[in-house]
Design a protein around this ligand. Structure first.
Ligand SMILES: Cc1cc2nc3c(=O)[nH]c(=O)nc-3n(C[C@H](O)[C@H](O)[C@H](O)COP(=O)(O)OP(=O)(O)OC[C@H]3O[C@@H](n4cnc5c(N)ncnc54)[C@H](O)[C@@H]3O)c2cc1C
Length: 464
């Protein structure tokens, strides 16, 4: 049997489909095999996982209360990564490659977060300036591996040139992430919304802080627990660290909704005629397809009424812009390919870590003894900065790290830290650090950073 088949089989086992599915997977062209497999498994799962279903809330005296209930455990793991965006995928892959069991939980049906479902396809901060003015590619390690592999896939990436920020294709990137998670045997839960954290009854004997033991996910069959030795919150919104008592700050920021347009290559302009950038956007790896970014107003990305209001407004705005473009002479063949399935929320919660990145520090190339990553700014016109471990580490709860747009940064710095390569970098570091903590049987706070940096360097990460 080929190695690739073995890997796929063990991954299918991990995602809960088992050997029967692997056999069906070998002939996935056949609807009959698939239907048979699904029918049998569904019947079994219904009885296996229904433990927490029959606990409806009660309504009394005008108030709704939820009764206490025992929650079935669906998995136990070493490193649990919550959120499958740029940071989460890197964290899970890095932890698995560092030799521990890694599990990733994602609320939607795909990986890539805003970089795929949010149609944010332009990789800013890929290059940065050295103090001598020369340019350096700061995206190394897993980020570079992803881009290299996108290059080998049809229409995966464009503008991978010296000193330029590339653009990826959201669908190709979604596919690549599935392949990478499969290869590294990461256990996967899709369609699983993290709704709560699990905290040990006993505080940490050394610090007296609460100790995280896992999370609750909401599924179609009710809530399930996933137990873990280390948890990494990569939800982008701190959904896990907010529930276990971590100190954090809340911020409002622009919320937009990107879209993609097709047939841009069929536009026939008159000499001298120019089209506004906010209507046509910029090119992607697919011929004739552009992506159009959207700023949007400052709003609360955690407030369901706000999110609903903005979804409605943004969809109307996109339609208005599209019709305006289509009615422009020469643009009749342009069509609206898709609006982002995932809302473009930029910043909501930011953890209070044991160290904080500031813009001033970054401008002065501040060095950190605890450096575990490296970041670059938007257009590469800025020198890069070290990412200290304390930006990922909760200051008051044990065994929880965060990575991605939620790491500890002053407001002006968060604006830079949230770009995709920085999320790849902090995800990579968090995954390795959590794995080292598991292997050394210590808390994330006490992890040996020399060992973390050794593994990061082995995994080709750039640390400045
Ligand atoms: C409109 C817009 C334009 C941008 N433009 C650029 C750009 O041009 N270039 C650039 O580099 N960056 C850009 N960014 C920033 C960048 O896209 C994000 O900051 C980056 O994707 C953040 O990565 P992340 O992994 O931290 O979070 P996300 O990409 O948000 O991923 C978080 C993942 O967690 C999942 N999740 C969330 N909550 C839960 C939960 N409770 N349970 C389970 N899963 C959950 C989400 O579904 C998602 O998959 C832009 C952002 C926006 C919104």
């Amino acid at each position: 049997m080929k190695l690739s088949e073995l890997t796929r089989r063990s991954w299918l086992k991990n995602v809960g489909l088992g050997l029967g599915a692997a056999a069906a997977g070998a002939s996935f062209g056949s609807e009959e095999v698939r239907a048979d497999f699904v029918t049998k498994k569904v019947a079994k799962r219904g009885t296996e996982y229904s433990g927490a279903e029959a606990t409806p809330c009660t309504f009394a005296n005008g108030k709704v209360t939820r009764p206490a209930a025992e929650i079935p455990t669906i998995s136990e793991t070493d490193v649990l990564v919550v959120g499958g965006g740029p940071a989460g995928c890197c964290a899970a892959i890095a932890a698995a490659r560092a030799g521990v069991k890694a599990t990733i939980v994602e609320r939607y049906n795909h990986f890539g977060g805003l970089a795929t479902g949010g149609l944010v396809v332009h990789i800013l901060g890929h290059w940065t300036k050295n103090p001598d003015g020369s340019k350096v590619q700061v995206v190394q390690g897993l980020g570079e591996e992803m881009m290299k592999r996108l290059e080998s896939l049809p229409n995966g990436i464009c503008h991978r040139e010296f000193g330029r920020n590339p653009t990826v294709d959201s669908e190709v990137y979604k596919y690549l992430l599935v392949e990478m998670l499969m290869e590294d045997n990461v256990e996967v839960f899709l369609h699983s919304w993290a709704i709560d954290s699990i905290v040990d009854d006993n505080p940490d004997p050394k610090t007296g802080n609460p100790v995280v033991k896992g999370i609750l996910i909401q599924t179609k069959l009710g809530p399930h627990a996933i137990l873990a030795k280390q948890v990494i919150d990569c939800t982008g919104d701190g959904d896990v660290f907010a529930t276990c008592g971590c100190a954090y700050t809340r911020r409002l920021y622009h919320i937009g909704l990107p879209c993609r347009l097709g047939n841009l290559d069929k536009i026939k302009l008159q000499p001298g005629q120019k089209l506004p950038g906010h209507l046509i956007g910029s090119v992607t790896p697919v011929k004739g397809v552009n992506w159009v970014n959207m700023g949007g107003p400052d709003a609360d990305g955690l407030d369901v009424r706000e999110l609903t209001r903005l979804e409605l407004n943004h969809r109307r705005q996109i339609w208005k812009n599209y019709v305006k473009l289509k009615n422009t002479p020469g643009c009749e063949e342009v069509f609206l390919l898709e609006t982002a399935p995932q809302m473009g929320v930029r910043i909501t919660r930011v953890i209070e870590g044991t160290e904080e990145l500031t813009l001033e520090g970054a401008r002065n190339a501040k060095k950190f003894d605890s450096c575990v990553g490296y970041g670059g700014a938007w257009g590469g016109d800025h020198i890069g900065w070290q990412i200290p471990y304390g930006c990922l580490l909760s200051k008051n709860v044990e065994n929880i790290l965060t990575a991605g747009r939620t790491i500890c940064g002053a407001p002006d710095m968060s604006e830079l830290l949230r770009v995709i390569p920085n999320c790849w970098s902090s995800g990579h570091s968090a995954g390795v650090a959590a794995a080292v903590a598991v292997k050394s049987n210590c808390t994330a706070r006490d992890v040996n950073l020399t060992e973390v940096r050794r593994i990061l360097t082995e995994q080709k990460a750039y640390l400045g």
